[in-house]
Design a protein around this ligand. Structure first.
Ligand SMILES: Nc1nc2c(ncn2[C@@H]2O[C@H](COP(=O)(O)OP(=O)(O)OP(=O)(O)O)[C@@H](O)[C@H]2O)c(=O)[nH]1
Length: 351
């Protein structure tokens, strides 16, 4: 669950990538429609009506697509539509020939645009389809009204293949390095949120990951049970057997927590010998039962190899949190309950 929450926080990386695609979409839409309208006006009296129709038509469609995106906020759909418009524009321009038969020059920016809009795999397929359609149009001249010289067509196709391959290599490794950075960041984040001795989550995890998620999506957590746990007379144990033995006890208790909580629960070390178990969707009775079960197991487990008769015990305080705003109050209550368990003689649960 700790890893899942950290992954959830990594959505920041996806947001940056979505922004990149958004800018490409906006740039291509506005610039292409502007260029289309300017050329449409320039060619309004062209001999063939098809050219201004293509120019105004695609210009308008690019504009409509970005406006629909601004309203609907559906980036994937807008990018897919944009890619289809790009394909349609490229094919119809080459079909018609463009102004003074210059259509082929306008094709070269589009492979890179397709990679920017669609991501590596889809863009590669799309570019391949576009390339094949262009090759068919150029090598079977009877299919289209525009006339291109044989040498011109071959050079164009060869250059386009090079452009597509370079864009593909570039984008493939950009995506790979993006994924590697993402993993590295995730493992650094996990390390920073983990207590080195017990490998439980630490206080930083609660503050930087759990709390924002609780505030953002309380329905995933509440009612949230907080079980505060403190090992009894730990100072005495340390003094008698040494710090290393104390450390081993901390590790053994942490393992015991992990064995007794569900996959969606969190076990955190929040102080020297103080722990906090955080159990989402858990009511007061269930939380008391969990605490009692763990208390019994702690008191029954032989934790010291050096002294099989030494009984480690722990005290527990339980409270329920119903909202993110209530968290601090519930934590204070769990702490208060813990102290009443200590005052009542230790090795017990209060809540
Ligand atoms: N071995 C070990 N000891 C630690 C660690 N962190 C804190 N401690 C010790 O934990 C002890 C906590 O002692 P106290 O706060 O007096 O509490 P206690 O002896 O457990 O007594 P009660 O809580 O009242 O039952 C101190 O002696 C700390 O030095 C740690 O990482 N390893």
């Amino acid at each position: 669950m700790q890893t899942q929450l950290i992954k959830h926080d990594k959505k920041q990386v996806d947001k940056i990538d979505a922004r990149r695609r958004h800018y490409i979409l906006a740039f291509v839409s506005y610039i292409t429609s502007l260029v289309m309208f300017i050329y449409g006006i320039k060619n309004i009296h062209a001999e063939e009506i098809l050219l201004p129709v293509i120019l105004f038509g695609t210009g308008l469609l690019f504009l409509v697509n970005i406006i629909v995106f601004q309203i609907s906020d559906n980036l994937d759909r807008a990018c897919a539509v944009e890619a289809i418009l790009v394909g349609f524009f490229v094919l119809s321009l080459v079909f018609q020939g463009g102004y003074n038969n210059t259509a082929l020059y306008w094709v070269f920016p589009f492979p890179a645009i397709l990679f920017g809009l669609l991501g590596v795999r889809k863009a590669l397929i799309f570019n391949f389809l576009l390339l094949t359609s262009l090759a068919v149009m150029l090598y079977i001249p009877d299919l289209i009204p525009a006339q291109y010289k044989d040498a011109e067509a071959s050079r164009f196709i060869a250059s386009l293949v090079i452009v597509i391959i370079v864009c593909w290599i570039n984008d493939f490794y950009r995506e790979r390095s993006h994924q590697a950075m993402d993993k590295l960041q995730e493992s650094k984040e996990l390390q920073a949120n983990t207590d080195a001795l017990t490998l439980l989550a630490n206080r930083r995890f609660i503050d930087s990951s759990l709390m924002p998620n609780l505030a953002e999506q309380p329905e995933l957590f509440v009612p949230l049970a907080l079980i505060m746990c403190d090992i009894d007379h730990f100072k005495r144990l340390n003094d008698r057997y040494g710090h290393n033995v104390g450390d081993d006890v901390l590790k053994a208790i942490s393992m015991l927590f992990k064995r007794n909580i569900r996959q969606q629960d969190f076990a955190c070390r929040i102080g020297g010998e103080e722990f906090l178990l955080i159990l989402p969707h858990t009511n007061h009775t269930d939380a008391l039962n969990v605490a009692e079960k763990i208390r019994q197991q702690v008191s029954q487990e032989k934790m010291l190899k050096q002294d099989k008769h030494y009984q480690v015990t722990a005290s527990f305080g339980v409270a329920i949190c119903e909202s993110a705003e209530q968290y601090d109050e519930a934590l204070k209550l769990a702490d208060k309950m813990l102290y009443s368990a200590k005052n009542a003689g230790r090795n017990q649960v209060a809540g």
